[in-house]
Design a binder for this molecule. Structure first.
Ligand code: CA
Length: 523
């Protein structure tokens, strides 16, 4: 009897202990949640990505420069931009500069460090954040570290890079291993170095504590001495190979912690080409945001097929994936970036290009706009041709037009200049402006939760946004025919028009009519 009783007591004790554990675990989890998380500090903002080389030439040498960006800050302010990401500005042997030779300098074509400091000051004056494009997965093969490392003698920089004589050891891909050769083409060392992207981009060895310190020193310098507000981080998932991905997450946590000592409110957004489940672990006290490539592809797909697809379900799925790792993440949403064919070239229809950005700017997240999208610039790979010169005025007047390349897609015969679009109320530029300002002035569009709103018809993309007890309904017609929605079936459907992208859209007591490729927002 006593034994039975003891067993029962043990059972009860174990059960209570389990309950306590659950309670404390949950409690601890809540306790660890970042109570100071302020989603609003960024969710209301619209960012703009600039390829400096192609943007605006201030000194007539044909190449865009930092002073050219400064000259166009008023334009960006008027457009409604709250933050600027300049593609890499450091010295580099390539036109795109994604292989750096000096992390503390500015490429001479782009100007000086003083120019950059002035840019930061001028941007801040206009309440715009500045993100530095930081490329640390690899350096240029011309970086002094790599030059030292390949002098064929033991020195401290050798271990800054990844070496092996077994070229299957990472990714099982011998093509990513490269031989150091002298000017006669003879091999200098037996071991090869790892360069994930290219032989002129040797990967840094993040197992070496000296490398980690160097990179943190670089980040701290730009935050503290130059005053940037954060970083766009290139290729973050390749710092370590897939089979060591835990070390990858840990590295970005370490980097973030070090930057927070300088500026607790700094912002880092990472490039992770991958699905939400691949991005999610990086958000765990690592990067604040990842670029949402899945959304980019989904918007493109839906506009090509003119079918609503599963954009909303996908975004809600991503949210669930991200929330597993962080309660204070951001979602960097975009149509296209400098590595993708331009949206206007894909859609081949100005009304559809307008619709694409209407969708983007009515979804939750931090929208990033790639320079030139707002004037409908065209471009298809190879990469150079998706990075063509911005068109400010007609060619003969355009003193700031960059001339470093001959554009193939965006020319005076295909694109209307910024100047001429500004004076045309129906232009794509004024559409962008209208939508950005609509978003900036509407708390529901900036901060609201997203949920599907079910309307029949494969070409009707509709969703609800809710914030602080208020809601609005966004309805897009993705097709080339006018759609009509019978209001009797939708007691929820409000009939006050917050925004209509076409003057042909109609709303009456019993139905809503939406013109081809246009949008109605009701509240
Ligand atoms: Ca220039």
């Amino acid at each position: 009897m006593d034994i039975m009783r003891q067993k029962k007591i043990n059972k009860i004790t174990s059960f209570l202990f389990l309950l306590l554990m659950i309670f404390f675990n949950t409690g601890c989890k809540d306790f660890n949640k970042n109570s100071s998380c302020n989603k609003k500090r960024l969710d209301g903002k619209v960012f703009y990505e600039i390829f400096v080389q192609s943007f605006y030439d201030s000194d007539n040498d044909g190449i865009g420069d930092i002073n050219g960006v400064i000259a166009k800050l008023d334009y960006l302010e008027e457009l409604g931009v709250d933050g600027i990401w300049l593609m890499p500005v450091h010295p580099s042997p390539t036109y795109h500069k994604y292989d750096v030779t000096d992390y503390y300098g500015i490429h001479k074509d782009y100007g000086t460090l003083d120019d950059y400091k002035k840019f930061v000051k001028e941007a801040h004056k206009r309440n715009m954040m500045v993100l530095l494009d930081l490329v640390v997965n690899h350096t240029s093969s011309c970086h002094p570290w790599f030059k030292e490392a390949t002098k064929n003698k033991k020195n401290q920089y050798l271990d800054y890079y990844v070496w092996s004589s077994d070229t299957t050891v990472i990714n099982n891909n011998p093509h990513q291993w490269h031989q150091v050769k002298d000017s006669n083409g003879d091999s200098l060392c037996e071991e090869k170095y790892f360069g994930f992207f290219w032989h002129e981009m040797p990967d840094l060895n993040f197992d070496n504590p000296d490398v980690r310190e160097e990179i943190k020193k670089i980040g701290r310098y730009w935050l503290k001495e130059i005053g940037v507000d954060g970083f766009r981080l290139d290729a973050i998932r390749f710092i370590y190979p897939e089979n060591e991905k835990e070390k990858n997450y840990q590295w970005w946590q370490e980097f973030r912690k070090s930057m927070e000592e300088i500026n607790p409110d700094f912002f880092m957004v990472g490039e992770v080409w991958g699905e939400d489940t691949v991005i999610a672990p990086f958000l765990d006290k690592g990067v604040h945001a990842g670029f949402n490539f899945e959304l980019s592809f989904a918007i493109e797909k839906n506009l090509i097929s003119e079918k609503k697809g599963d954009i909303i379900e996908k975004l809600m799925k991503s949210k669930r994936a991200y929330e597993k790792y962080s309660d204070c993440y951001f979602d960097a949403i975009f149509l296209k970036n400098h590595d993708q064919n331009r949206i206007a070239s894909i859609l081949k229809n100005e009304e559809k290009a307008k619709l694409a950005v209407t969708i983007l700017l009515t979804l939750p997240g931090i929208p990033f706009i790639y320079y030139g999208e707002e004037i409908g610039m065209l471009g298809k790979k190879p990469d150079k041709y998706i990075r063509e010169p911005m068109i400010w005025q007609i060619d003969s007047l355009d003193s700031g037009r960059t001339r470093w390349m001959n554009p193939v897609y965006s020319t005076d015969s295909t694109i209307i200049s910024v100047e001429n679009q500004l004076s045309d109320l129906g232009s794509i530029l004024n559409h962008y402006k209208k939508l950005i300002h609509l978003r900036k002035n509407n708390e529901i569009l900036k901060f609201g939760e997203l949920s599907p709103f079910d309307v029949p018809g494969k070409s009707v993309l509709a969703y609800k946004r809710e914030y602080s007890g208020q809601e609005l309904i966004v309805i897009h017609n993705l097709s080339k025919t006018t759609i009509s929605i019978d209001l009797k079936n939708y007691s929820l459907l409000k009939n006050n028009i917050l925004f209509s992208s076409s003057e042909n859209n109609r709303i009456s007591s019993d139905k809503v009519e939406i013109y081809p490729y246009s949008t109605l927002i009701l509240n």
